[in-house]
Design a protein around this ligand. Structure first.
Ligand code: APR
Ligand code: PHB
Length: 389
Protein backbone atom coordinates (compact mmCIF):
# COMPACT_ATOMS: atom_id res chain seq x y z
CA UNK A 1 0.00 0.00 0.00
CA UNK A 2 1.14 3.57 -0.64
CA UNK A 3 0.00 6.95 0.68
CA UNK A 4 1.36 10.48 0.76
CA UNK A 5 1.35 10.96 4.55
CA UNK A 6 1.33 7.94 6.87
CA UNK A 7 -0.08 8.89 10.27
CA UNK A 8 0.75 6.74 13.28
CA UNK A 9 -1.89 7.14 16.01
CA UNK A 10 -5.61 7.80 15.79
CA UNK A 11 -5.88 10.17 18.76
CA UNK A 12 -6.88 13.82 18.33
CA UNK A 13 -3.52 14.83 16.74
CA UNK A 14 -3.54 12.16 14.05
CA UNK A 15 -7.24 12.54 13.29
CA UNK A 16 -7.12 16.34 13.06
CA UNK A 17 -4.05 16.31 10.82
CA UNK A 18 -5.64 13.64 8.62
CA UNK A 19 -8.84 15.62 8.24
CA UNK A 20 -7.08 18.90 7.41
CA UNK A 21 -4.87 17.19 4.81
CA UNK A 22 -7.83 15.35 3.31
CA UNK A 23 -9.57 18.69 2.69
CA UNK A 24 -6.48 19.77 0.68
CA UNK A 25 -6.51 16.62 -1.43
CA UNK A 26 -3.52 15.05 0.36
CA UNK A 27 -3.88 11.30 1.01
CA UNK A 28 -3.29 9.82 4.43
CA UNK A 29 -3.55 6.41 6.09
CA UNK A 30 -3.93 6.29 9.88
CA UNK A 31 -2.52 3.31 11.78
CA UNK A 32 -4.06 2.93 15.24
CA UNK A 33 -2.91 0.33 17.76
CA UNK A 34 -6.27 0.09 19.53
CA UNK A 35 -9.92 0.27 18.50
CA UNK A 36 -12.13 3.32 18.06
CA UNK A 37 -14.13 2.35 21.16
CA UNK A 38 -10.93 2.30 23.22
CA UNK A 39 -9.78 5.71 21.99
CA UNK A 40 -13.23 7.16 22.73
CA UNK A 41 -13.26 5.74 26.25
CA UNK A 42 -10.39 7.99 27.39
CA UNK A 43 -11.46 11.05 29.35
CA UNK A 44 -9.28 14.10 28.93
CA UNK A 45 -9.47 17.85 29.56
CA UNK A 46 -12.23 19.75 27.83
CA UNK A 47 -10.98 23.29 27.24
CA UNK A 48 -10.30 24.44 23.68
CA UNK A 49 -8.25 27.52 22.83
CA UNK A 50 -9.43 29.73 19.98
CA UNK A 51 -6.68 28.33 17.71
CA UNK A 52 -7.98 24.79 18.18
CA UNK A 53 -11.57 25.95 17.59
CA UNK A 54 -10.50 27.54 14.27
CA UNK A 55 -8.65 24.38 13.21
CA UNK A 56 -11.73 22.25 13.93
CA UNK A 57 -13.80 24.56 11.71
CA UNK A 58 -11.12 24.54 9.01
CA UNK A 59 -11.17 20.72 9.13
CA UNK A 60 -14.93 20.85 8.52
CA UNK A 61 -15.77 19.43 11.95
CA UNK A 62 -16.86 22.58 13.79
CA UNK A 63 -20.61 22.24 13.42
CA UNK A 64 -21.54 20.23 16.53
CA UNK A 65 -18.83 21.95 18.56
CA UNK A 66 -20.22 25.40 17.66
CA UNK A 67 -23.72 24.23 18.57
CA UNK A 68 -23.01 22.42 21.84
CA UNK A 69 -19.93 24.08 23.31
CA UNK A 70 -19.97 26.51 26.23
CA UNK A 71 -18.05 29.76 25.80
CA UNK A 72 -16.06 30.76 28.89
CA UNK A 73 -14.97 34.39 29.14
CA UNK A 74 -12.97 33.85 32.31
CA UNK A 75 -12.02 31.53 35.12
CA UNK A 76 -12.14 31.56 38.91
CA UNK A 77 -9.19 31.04 41.22
CA UNK A 78 -9.38 30.51 44.95
CA UNK A 79 -7.10 30.28 47.92
CA UNK A 80 -9.02 29.01 50.94
CA UNK A 81 -12.19 31.11 51.04
CA UNK A 82 -10.73 33.88 48.91
CA UNK A 83 -12.30 33.61 45.44
CA UNK A 84 -11.51 35.88 42.50
CA UNK A 85 -12.03 35.90 38.75
CA UNK A 86 -9.75 36.48 35.78
CA UNK A 87 -11.63 37.89 32.83
CA UNK A 88 -10.09 36.61 29.59
CA UNK A 89 -12.33 38.74 27.43
CA UNK A 90 -11.28 41.96 29.14
CA UNK A 91 -7.56 41.27 28.67
CA UNK A 92 -7.44 39.40 25.38
CA UNK A 93 -10.78 40.01 23.70
CA UNK A 94 -11.10 36.23 23.27
CA UNK A 95 -12.54 33.32 25.23
CA UNK A 96 -12.03 29.58 25.50
CA UNK A 97 -14.68 26.95 24.87
CA UNK A 98 -15.67 23.94 26.92
CA UNK A 99 -16.10 20.92 24.63
CA UNK A 100 -14.81 17.53 25.76
CA UNK A 101 -11.84 15.94 24.04
CA UNK A 102 -13.94 12.79 23.66
CA UNK A 103 -16.44 14.79 21.60
CA UNK A 104 -13.63 16.31 19.51
CA UNK A 105 -12.36 12.80 18.77
CA UNK A 106 -15.85 11.48 18.04
CA UNK A 107 -16.48 14.29 15.50
CA UNK A 108 -13.12 13.68 13.83
CA UNK A 109 -13.80 9.94 13.50
CA UNK A 110 -17.22 10.65 11.99
CA UNK A 111 -15.69 13.05 9.45
CA UNK A 112 -12.97 10.59 8.49
CA UNK A 113 -15.49 7.80 8.03
CA UNK A 114 -17.76 10.08 5.96
CA UNK A 115 -14.76 10.95 3.76
CA UNK A 116 -13.97 7.26 3.30
CA UNK A 117 -10.36 7.87 4.36
CA UNK A 118 -8.60 4.76 5.72
CA UNK A 119 -7.94 4.01 9.38
CA UNK A 120 -6.36 0.68 10.22
CA UNK A 121 -7.29 -0.39 13.76
CA UNK A 122 -5.50 -3.01 15.86
CA UNK A 123 -2.22 -2.34 14.03
CA UNK A 124 0.51 -4.01 16.08
CA UNK A 125 4.32 -4.04 15.84
CA UNK A 126 4.29 -0.72 14.00
CA UNK A 127 7.86 0.12 12.95
CA UNK A 128 9.24 3.07 10.99
CA UNK A 129 11.95 2.46 8.35
CA UNK A 130 14.26 4.80 6.45
CA UNK A 131 12.71 7.96 7.90
CA UNK A 132 15.92 9.83 7.17
CA UNK A 133 16.35 8.30 3.68
CA UNK A 134 14.59 8.25 0.33
CA UNK A 135 12.17 5.33 0.86
CA UNK A 136 10.35 5.99 4.13
CA UNK A 137 7.92 3.21 4.97
CA UNK A 138 6.14 1.58 7.87
CA UNK A 139 5.68 -2.09 8.63
CA UNK A 140 2.94 -3.39 10.95
CA UNK A 141 0.80 -6.41 11.61
CA UNK A 142 -2.96 -6.85 11.46
CA UNK A 143 -4.45 -10.23 12.39
CA UNK A 144 -0.92 -11.64 12.46
CA UNK A 145 -0.19 -10.64 8.85
CA UNK A 146 2.79 -8.35 8.18
CA UNK A 147 1.92 -5.31 6.06
CA UNK A 148 3.94 -2.51 4.49
CA UNK A 149 2.90 1.11 3.94
CA UNK A 150 5.09 3.27 1.68
CA UNK A 151 4.80 7.04 1.96
CA UNK A 152 6.39 10.44 1.37
CA UNK A 153 6.19 11.52 5.03
CA UNK A 154 5.39 10.03 8.43
CA UNK A 155 3.48 11.91 11.13
CA UNK A 156 4.23 10.40 14.56
CA UNK A 157 0.98 11.14 16.41
CA UNK A 158 1.19 8.07 18.68
CA UNK A 159 1.17 9.72 22.08
CA UNK A 160 3.65 9.53 24.92
CA UNK A 161 3.98 5.72 24.83
CA UNK A 162 4.25 5.45 21.04
CA UNK A 163 7.17 4.26 18.93
CA UNK A 164 7.74 7.31 16.74
CA UNK A 165 9.80 9.28 19.24
CA UNK A 166 11.98 6.23 19.96
CA UNK A 167 12.76 5.93 16.24
CA UNK A 168 14.82 9.14 16.42
CA UNK A 169 18.36 8.02 17.35
CA UNK A 170 19.66 9.01 20.77
CA UNK A 171 22.59 10.75 19.10
CA UNK A 172 20.06 13.26 17.71
CA UNK A 173 17.29 13.19 20.34
CA UNK A 174 17.32 15.17 23.58
CA UNK A 175 14.62 14.82 26.24
CA UNK A 176 13.69 17.16 29.10
CA UNK A 177 11.49 15.94 31.91
CA UNK A 178 10.04 16.94 35.26
CA UNK A 179 7.87 14.54 37.26
CA UNK A 180 5.68 16.11 39.96
CA UNK A 181 5.35 14.45 43.38
CA UNK A 182 1.53 14.13 43.28
CA UNK A 183 -1.33 13.08 41.02
CA UNK A 184 -4.87 14.19 40.21
CA UNK A 185 -7.78 12.05 41.28
CA UNK A 186 -10.64 12.88 38.90
CA UNK A 187 -14.30 11.98 38.86
CA UNK A 188 -17.05 12.49 36.36
CA UNK A 189 -20.58 12.82 37.74
CA UNK A 190 -24.02 13.45 36.29
CA UNK A 191 -24.58 16.56 38.37
CA UNK A 192 -24.83 20.25 37.44
CA UNK A 193 -21.48 22.09 37.67
CA UNK A 194 -20.99 23.97 40.94
CA UNK A 195 -20.30 27.21 39.06
CA UNK A 196 -20.70 28.54 35.51
CA UNK A 197 -16.94 28.99 35.37
CA UNK A 198 -14.08 26.64 36.22
CA UNK A 199 -12.62 27.01 39.71
CA UNK A 200 -8.91 26.35 40.21
CA UNK A 201 -8.64 26.04 44.00
CA UNK A 202 -5.52 26.10 46.14
CA UNK A 203 -5.90 25.24 49.81
CA UNK A 204 -3.97 24.11 52.84
CA UNK A 205 -5.05 20.57 51.99
CA UNK A 206 -3.93 20.74 48.36
CA UNK A 207 -5.26 21.63 44.94
CA UNK A 208 -8.77 21.03 43.56
CA UNK A 209 -10.42 21.81 40.24
CA UNK A 210 -14.11 22.15 39.49
CA UNK A 211 -14.70 21.66 35.78
CA UNK A 212 -17.55 20.51 33.58
CA UNK A 213 -18.61 18.93 30.32
CA UNK A 214 -22.20 20.20 30.08
CA UNK A 215 -25.18 21.44 32.13
CA UNK A 216 -25.56 18.06 33.83
CA UNK A 217 -22.08 16.57 33.62
CA UNK A 218 -19.33 17.74 35.96
CA UNK A 219 -15.65 16.91 36.16
CA UNK A 220 -13.88 17.43 39.48
CA UNK A 221 -10.29 16.76 40.52
CA UNK A 222 -8.35 16.76 43.76
CA UNK A 223 -4.60 16.61 44.17
CA UNK A 224 -3.71 13.21 45.66
CA UNK A 225 -0.72 11.19 46.65
CA UNK A 226 0.97 9.13 43.93
CA UNK A 227 0.63 6.06 46.12
CA UNK A 228 -3.20 6.41 46.22
CA UNK A 229 -5.40 4.20 44.09
CA UNK A 230 -8.91 5.22 42.94
CA UNK A 231 -10.28 2.34 45.05
CA UNK A 232 -8.94 4.07 48.17
CA UNK A 233 -11.40 6.88 47.54
CA UNK A 234 -15.11 6.26 48.03
CA UNK A 235 -17.37 8.84 46.37
CA UNK A 236 -18.22 10.23 49.81
CA UNK A 237 -14.54 10.62 50.72
CA UNK A 238 -13.93 12.40 47.41
CA UNK A 239 -16.82 14.86 47.85
CA UNK A 240 -15.87 15.56 51.48
CA UNK A 241 -12.29 16.32 50.50
CA UNK A 242 -13.34 18.50 47.55
CA UNK A 243 -15.64 20.53 49.83
CA UNK A 244 -12.75 21.21 52.19
CA UNK A 245 -10.56 22.56 49.39
CA UNK A 246 -12.98 25.00 47.72
CA UNK A 247 -14.42 28.23 49.18
CA UNK A 248 -17.29 27.67 51.65
CA UNK A 249 -19.71 29.52 49.36
CA UNK A 250 -18.99 26.93 46.62
CA UNK A 251 -18.92 23.94 48.95
CA UNK A 252 -22.46 24.83 50.04
CA UNK A 253 -23.64 25.00 46.43
CA UNK A 254 -21.96 21.74 45.38
CA UNK A 255 -24.38 19.09 44.12
CA UNK A 256 -22.94 15.62 44.55
CA UNK A 257 -23.90 12.28 43.06
CA UNK A 258 -22.44 8.90 42.19
CA UNK A 259 -19.24 8.99 40.14
CA UNK A 260 -19.46 7.48 36.66
CA UNK A 261 -15.69 7.46 36.23
CA UNK A 262 -12.86 7.73 38.73
CA UNK A 263 -9.16 7.69 37.87
CA UNK A 264 -5.77 9.01 38.92
CA UNK A 265 -3.43 10.78 36.51
CA UNK A 266 0.24 11.47 37.29
CA UNK A 267 1.60 14.93 36.46
CA UNK A 268 4.59 15.34 34.18
CA UNK A 269 6.31 17.98 32.06
CA UNK A 270 8.23 16.49 29.11
CA UNK A 271 9.67 17.77 25.84
CA UNK A 272 11.67 15.98 23.17
CA UNK A 273 13.87 17.83 20.68
CA UNK A 274 13.95 17.91 17.69
CA UNK A 275 10.39 17.23 16.58
CA UNK A 276 11.51 16.29 13.05
CA UNK A 277 13.97 13.69 11.88
CA UNK A 278 14.22 13.44 8.09
CA UNK A 279 10.72 12.63 6.88
CA UNK A 280 9.36 11.84 10.35
CA UNK A 281 7.48 14.56 12.25
CA UNK A 282 6.36 14.21 15.87
CA UNK A 283 3.02 15.76 16.84
CA UNK A 284 1.23 16.15 20.17
CA UNK A 285 1.85 13.86 23.13
CA UNK A 286 4.44 11.89 21.09
CA UNK A 287 6.72 14.92 21.50
CA UNK A 288 5.61 16.62 24.71
CA UNK A 289 3.50 16.33 27.84
CA UNK A 290 2.24 19.08 30.15
CA UNK A 291 0.68 18.73 33.59
CA UNK A 292 -3.09 19.27 33.19
CA UNK A 293 -3.23 22.54 35.15
CA UNK A 294 -4.36 25.00 32.47
CA UNK A 295 -5.50 22.32 29.98
CA UNK A 296 -2.72 22.82 27.45
CA UNK A 297 -2.29 19.17 26.30
CA UNK A 298 -4.76 19.04 23.45
CA UNK A 299 -4.19 22.69 22.56
CA UNK A 300 -0.44 22.24 22.19
CA UNK A 301 -1.08 19.17 20.02
CA UNK A 302 -3.31 21.40 17.88
CA UNK A 303 -0.58 23.98 17.32
CA UNK A 304 1.82 21.22 16.18
CA UNK A 305 -0.85 20.01 13.76
CA UNK A 306 -1.25 23.57 12.48
CA UNK A 307 2.47 23.96 11.68
CA UNK A 308 2.79 20.50 10.14
CA UNK A 309 -0.37 20.86 8.09
CA UNK A 310 0.79 24.16 6.61
CA UNK A 311 4.28 22.77 5.96
CA UNK A 312 2.87 19.77 4.08
CA UNK A 313 0.44 21.87 2.05
CA UNK A 314 3.32 24.22 1.11
CA UNK A 315 5.32 21.16 -0.02
CA UNK A 316 2.61 19.53 -2.13
CA UNK A 317 0.99 22.67 -3.51
CA UNK A 318 3.95 25.02 -4.00
CA UNK A 319 6.91 22.61 -4.07
CA UNK A 320 8.34 24.68 -1.20
CA UNK A 321 9.94 22.83 1.76
CA UNK A 322 10.44 25.86 4.01
CA UNK A 323 7.48 24.88 6.24
CA UNK A 324 8.58 21.31 6.79
CA UNK A 325 12.20 22.30 7.31
CA UNK A 326 11.24 24.79 9.99
CA UNK A 327 8.49 22.62 11.55
CA UNK A 328 10.48 21.56 14.59
CA UNK A 329 11.75 25.04 15.36
CA UNK A 330 8.30 26.63 15.03
CA UNK A 331 6.44 23.96 16.97
CA UNK A 332 8.99 23.88 19.80
CA UNK A 333 9.00 27.66 20.21
CA UNK A 334 5.34 27.52 21.11
CA UNK A 335 5.54 24.22 23.00
CA UNK A 336 8.10 25.61 25.46
CA UNK A 337 5.86 28.58 26.25
CA UNK A 338 2.91 26.27 26.97
CA UNK A 339 5.23 24.12 29.09
CA UNK A 340 6.26 27.20 31.06
CA UNK A 341 2.68 28.24 31.70
CA UNK A 342 1.55 24.76 32.78
CA UNK A 343 4.59 24.40 35.07
CA UNK A 344 4.02 27.83 36.59
CA UNK A 345 0.31 27.26 37.18
CA UNK A 346 1.00 23.82 38.69
CA UNK A 347 3.64 25.22 41.03
CA UNK A 348 1.38 28.09 42.05
CA UNK A 349 -1.61 25.96 43.00
CA UNK A 350 -0.34 22.67 44.49
CA UNK A 351 1.02 21.68 47.87
CA UNK A 352 4.41 19.95 47.67
CA UNK A 353 5.41 17.22 50.13
CA UNK A 354 8.68 19.01 51.00
CA UNK A 355 7.24 22.52 50.98
CA UNK A 356 8.64 24.80 53.69
CA UNK A 357 6.69 27.51 55.51
CA UNK A 358 8.64 29.99 53.41
CA UNK A 359 7.65 28.29 50.15
CA UNK A 360 4.04 28.39 51.24
CA UNK A 361 4.24 32.13 51.98
CA UNK A 362 5.70 32.68 48.50
CA UNK A 363 2.75 30.82 46.91
CA UNK A 364 0.26 32.83 48.96
CA UNK A 365 1.96 36.09 48.01
CA UNK A 366 1.95 35.18 44.34
CA UNK A 367 -1.74 34.26 44.38
CA UNK A 368 -2.51 37.56 46.16
CA UNK A 369 -0.47 39.42 43.54
CA UNK A 370 -2.45 37.72 40.76
CA UNK A 371 -5.70 38.66 42.53
CA UNK A 372 -4.70 42.33 42.86
CA UNK A 373 -2.59 43.09 39.81
CA UNK A 374 -4.00 43.74 36.36
CA UNK A 375 -0.71 43.04 34.57
CA UNK A 376 -0.39 39.67 36.27
CA UNK A 377 -3.99 38.86 35.32
CA UNK A 378 -3.33 39.93 31.73
CA UNK A 379 -0.31 37.58 31.50
CA UNK A 380 -2.39 34.74 32.92
CA UNK A 381 -5.29 35.46 30.55
CA UNK A 382 -3.05 35.61 27.44
CA UNK A 383 -1.52 32.26 28.27
CA UNK A 384 -4.80 30.60 29.23
CA UNK A 385 -6.65 31.55 26.03
CA UNK A 386 -3.59 30.46 24.06
CA UNK A 387 -0.59 32.24 22.61
CA UNK A 388 -0.80 33.02 18.87
CA UNK A 389 0.40 30.38 16.37
N1 APR B 1 1.06 2.24 16.84
C1 APR B 1 -0.14 2.78 16.48
N2 APR B 1 -0.84 3.60 17.29
C2 APR B 1 -0.31 3.88 18.49
C3 APR B 1 0.94 3.35 18.92
C4 APR B 1 1.63 2.49 18.03
N3 APR B 1 2.80 1.96 18.36
N4 APR B 1 1.20 3.81 20.15
C5 APR B 1 0.16 4.58 20.49
N5 APR B 1 -0.76 4.64 19.52
C6 APR B 1 -2.03 5.36 19.50
C7 APR B 1 -2.76 5.33 20.83
O1 APR B 1 -3.56 4.16 20.96
C8 APR B 1 -3.60 6.59 20.76
O2 APR B 1 -4.88 6.37 20.21
O3 APR B 1 -1.77 6.73 19.28
C9 APR B 1 -2.82 7.52 19.82
C10 APR B 1 -2.23 8.71 20.55
O4 APR B 1 -3.27 9.51 21.05
P1 APR B 1 -3.10 10.48 22.33
O5 APR B 1 -2.32 9.78 23.37
O6 APR B 1 -4.44 10.99 22.65
O7 APR B 1 -2.14 11.65 21.77
P2 APR B 1 -2.47 12.88 20.80
O8 APR B 1 -3.32 12.47 19.65
O9 APR B 1 -1.17 13.56 20.54
O10 APR B 1 -3.41 13.82 21.65
C11 APR B 1 -2.97 14.80 22.48
O11 APR B 1 -4.46 13.91 24.07
O12 APR B 1 -3.26 12.76 25.65
C12 APR B 1 -4.02 13.87 25.42
O13 APR B 1 -3.30 15.51 26.92
C13 APR B 1 -3.21 15.05 25.64
O14 APR B 1 -4.99 16.31 25.20
C14 APR B 1 -3.79 15.90 24.65
C15 APR B 1 -4.05 15.08 23.47
C1 PHB C 1 -11.16 19.11 32.56
O1 PHB C 1 -12.29 19.56 32.42
O2 PHB C 1 -10.96 17.89 32.55
C2 PHB C 1 -10.03 20.04 32.81
C3 PHB C 1 -10.24 21.40 32.72
C4 PHB C 1 -9.21 22.28 32.95
C5 PHB C 1 -7.96 21.80 33.27
C6 PHB C 1 -7.72 20.44 33.34
C7 PHB C 1 -8.77 19.55 33.11
O3 PHB C 1 -6.96 22.67 33.51
Amino acid sequence: MRTQVAIIGGGPSGLLLGQLLHRQGIDTVILERKTKAYVLSRIRAGILEVGMVKLMREAGVGERMDRECFVHDGTLISYGDDLFGINFKEYTNTSVVVYGQTEVTRDLYAAREAAGAPIIYNASDVAIHDADGQTPHITYRVDGMEQRLDCDFIAGCDGFHGISRQTIPLSVRREYEKVYPFGWLGILSQTPPVNDELIYASSERGFALCSMRNANLSRYYIQCSLSDSPDDWSDTAFWDELRRRIPASQAEALVTGPSIEKSIAPLRSFVTEPMRWGRLFLCGDAAHIVPPTGAKGLNTAASDVHYLYHGLVQHYRDGDDEGIERYSERALARVWKAERFSWWFTNLMHRYPDQSEFDLKMQQAEIAFLRDNHNAQSVMAQNYVGLPY
